[in-house]
Design a protein around this ligand. Structure first.
Ligand code: ADP
Ligand code: MG
Length: 399
């Protein structure tokens, strides 16, 4: 796959670079709590600015469904971006039109501005050519540095690439190179660990993934959904009951492909979702009461999964095994992360992880630095693993 990078830029002094980045940052009470996605794109932004371009950052935040709202304005991240870049950054409450044109007039070479949340406009997620054209009208070049959004064919992740000379940013370039090195010809056996809360979007990927891996380890809300599909009563757990048929199809496909699916035998449950609740207990999956929630996989499951990892040479991980932000429901995620880290340090395992919450969980476990590679992306990472062509990457392809 060939694409242009910033090495292929001509003179961009005074030119306008429309740069798609990932500013979908974890926030709490209106403040950014984690800025690794900004740090990932900082080299691209600074390189363009230092070459004299006027840099307009395009990004989405959350799922505003095509309408403006004050809670999801990207104005909230300006301070965090300034702090990472060490430069002043303007904010523009539009993504096209007169206000954007005026901003470009004001910005000197090397100036940086963040445009408003692209998903406030319905045309973004519809990849509406009219919206892409209106945005492209302001730019001289398009740079995509958001690998984490490349699995979506949206106006600013895909459409723009066809309207302007398009380049992969440094973070996009590094992600693609690292994932190819680790996973193009992965050492076998390969285990995929999929957990977390975004069950429906991740299930989609598993159907093909079972053809690529030897072990599929399922945790988090995803495990609850599979257990329920097998007829296990999961009480009040996070679970998507209407996806039972899809889960069965995945199990059948795995069987055919010779992929072993690992569901937990035991789980950690509670009646209320709080830190160290009085109702906390470990239970066999068949003994969950109607008023209980499964919030983590159990210690027996963790131990057997550790043994599985010891037989594997490659691990790809997306999604925490439990509600790790709330103790003690971090126990399984932390324990298995430490096993994977130890095996990686010993040289017997190549470990690749991706996903906003997954990366946070690995930092929480203190082992993020031990993994072979950590991707900024979650959904895009899973689809890449599955072997799917990512529209945002494909649109950058040349020749
Ligand atoms: P990622 O961002 O790594 O792709 P997701 O966004 O899909 O992962 O899921 C992460 C979330 O899943 C975390 O906030 C975690 O608390 C939640 N989670 C995991 N297991 C459970 C569970 N059993 N019940 C409720 N929430 C869970
Ligand atoms: Mg997440």
């Amino acid at each position: 796959m060939k694409f242009r990078t910033l090495d292929d830029l001509g003179d961009v002094t005074g030119k306008v670079a429309l740069v798609r980045v990932d500013l979908n940052l974890p926030m709490h009470d209106g403040a950014v709590t984690e800025d690794s996605r900004v740090r990932a794109s900082a080299p691209t932004i600074l390189e363009l600015a230092d070459k004299g371009a006027k840099v307009l950052l395009l990004a989405h935040f959350g799922r505003p469904k095509g309408a403006r709202n004050s809670e999801q304005s990207l104005s909230m991240v300006v301070g965090a971006v300034e702090a990472v870049l060490g430069r002043e950054v303007m904010f523009v409450p539009e993504i096209a039109g007169d206000v954007v044109a005026q901003t470009i007039g004001i910005l000197g070479p090397g100036g940086i501005a963040i445009l408003e949340n692209t998903r406030f406009w319905p045309g973004e997620e519809k990849n509406d050519p009219a919206l892409a054209k209106a945005i492209a009208a302001h730019g001289d070049i398009y740079v995509n540095d958001a690998f984490s959004a490349a699995h979506r064919a949206h106006a600013t992740t895909e459409g723009l690439a066809h309207l302007l000379p398009a380049y992969a940013g440094r973070s996009m370039q590094a992600e693609l190179a690292a994932l190819a090195a680790a996973l193009d010809n992965p050492a076998k056996p390969v285990a995929a660990l999929v957990g977390g809360a975004k069950v429906s979007s991740k299930l989609d990927v598993l159907q093909n993934l079972v053809n690529k891996v030897d072990h599929l380890i399922i945790g988090g809300g995803m495990a609850n959904t599979f257990l329920a599909a097998r007829g296990v009563a999961v009480g009040k757990s996070l679970c998507e009951h209407d996806l039972a048929a899809t889960c069965e199809e995945i199990m059948t496909a795995a069987d055919k492909a010779g992929c072993t699916v690992h569901l937990p035998y035991d789980v950690v449950v509670a009646k209320e979702f709080a830190a160290n609740p009085p109702s906390l207990r470990t239970a066999n999956v068949h003994e969950v009461a109607a008023d209980e929630m499964i919030l983590d996989i159990g210690p027996a499951a963790v131990e057997s999964l550790g043994d599985v990892l010891k037989t594997c040479r490659t691990l790809v991980w997306n999604g925490p095994l439990g509600a790790f932000e709330t103790p003690p429901f971090d126990a399984a995620t932390v324990a298995l992360a430490r096993t994977a880290a130890a095996l990686t340090r010993e040289g017997s395992l190549v470990s690749v992880a991706g996903g906003g919450d997954t990366v946070a969980a690995l930092h929480h476990a203190g082992v993020a630095g031990d993994f072979s590679y950590i991707s900024t992306a979650g959904g895009a990472f899973l689809e890449w693993m599955e072997g799917r062509e990512l529209p945002g990457v494909k649109a950058l392809e040349v020749g």
